[in-house]
Design a protein around this ligand. Structure first.
Ligand code: CTP
Ligand code: MG
Length: 303
């Protein structure tokens, strides 16, 4: 079987997400969105190469966000998503992959299993997109907002990425669309349909959302924290009086000083506060219960 390329389009400006920087460079639980996307594809054992497409003004951001990842060097995209995909396909042409997955940088939750499904569907059908059934009833409306029709939900699907195609066919379709003056197909399936392909479907993932608005980011943060499991917080503080001595111990470090701190142990307020915070998060009493000040074992102990 031939090689599989993944093309990630990241040249948009993210206007609807209205952040200070384009959404694909924003951190999600400490990791840039684009880094998550490229990493899951680059580490996938059935993906042979990953081609990022970025906007020229983002080159520095791109370097910072993706240091150490093994992808092809990024190429510069165009004014529309379609033009950005086309730029990526042209860059891949010399490498001649058999199958290409086209994926939005704005979908950082695509799983390795979904990527495998996309590759299998690409090999089997030469053009395939991940879909979800529609739960809500969908209606069409006129410009005044009056309902004009109610659609049959059973035949409706929402569409995601990664979309999988025969590479040569998709490149050919993109070149034809550009030559015919079409510049704004919303996705590659629409372009392939226009070029005469029959596009197959395979199951998408509910969690594979596209980050579009600021609310999407908030929901995604909550989702990431949820994946970390049970997150708890605790707070602690400690107070010791100054007394005789020539140093204080803070966080385990002895610091020369005109006075010491009085206490049963070494009076390390930093570690005592930290231990109290941890015990608080565990709902397990406080430091005095676990290490009573009248217990001779802790006299002068190192915290
Ligand atoms: N994209 C691209 N080149 C463009 C426009 C979009 O590579 N000229 C990419 C985006 O970076 C994104 C994907 O296409 O990963 C889907 O587009 P969308 O969610 O609309 O992102 P933006 O265009 O960046 O956002 P907005 O429309 O809100 O400005
Ligand atoms: Mg857009």
């Amino acid at each position: 079987m031939g090689t599989v390329a993944a093309l990630v389009v990241a040249a948009g400006r993210g206007e609807r997400a209205s952040g200070a920087i384009p959404k694909q460079y924003r951190d999600l639980a400490g990791i840039p969105v684009l880094r998550r996307v490229l990493d899951v594809l680059a580490r996938h054992r059935e993906v042979d190469m990953v081609q990022p497409v970025i906007a020229e003004p983002d080159s520095d951001r791109y370097r910072r966000a993706t240091a150490g990842l093994s992808t092809l060097p990024p190429v510069v995209g165009g004014a529309t998503r379609q033009a950005s995909v086309c730029a990526g396909l042209e860059a891949l042409a010399a490498r001649g992959p058999e199958i290409v997955l086209v994926h939005d940088a704005a979908r950082p939750f695509a799983s390795a299993a979904l990527i495998s499904r996309a590759i299998a569907a690409g090999h089997a059908t030469r053009a395939a997109v991940p879909v979800l059934p529609v739960a809500d009833t969908v209606k069409t409306v006129d410009p005044d907002g009056r309902v004009t029709a109610t659609l049959d939900r059973a035949i409706l699907r929402t569409i995601q990425t990664p979309q999988a195609f025969d590479f040569a066919q998709l490149l050919d379709a993109h070149r034809k669309a550009a030559a015919a003056g079409h510049a704004d197909f919303p996705d590659d399936a629409a372009l392939a349909e226009w070029a005469g392909s029959r596009v197959a479907t395979f199951p998408g993932e509910v969690g594979n959302i596209k980050l579009t608005t600021a609310e999407d980011f908030m929901r995604a943060e909550a989702e990431m924290i949820g994946r970390l499991g049970d997150v708890r917080t605790g707070s602690g503080y400690d107070v010791h009086a100054f007394g005789d001595g020539g140093h204080v111990i803070l966080g385990g470090v002895s610091i020369p000083h005109t006075h010491g701190l009085t206490g049963h142990s070494d009076a390390d307020v930093v570690l005592h506060a930290l231990v109290d915070a941890i015990l608080g998060a565990l709902a397990d009493g406080d430091i005095g219960e676990h290490f009573p000040p009248d217990d001779p074992r802790w006299r002068g102990a190192s915290s």
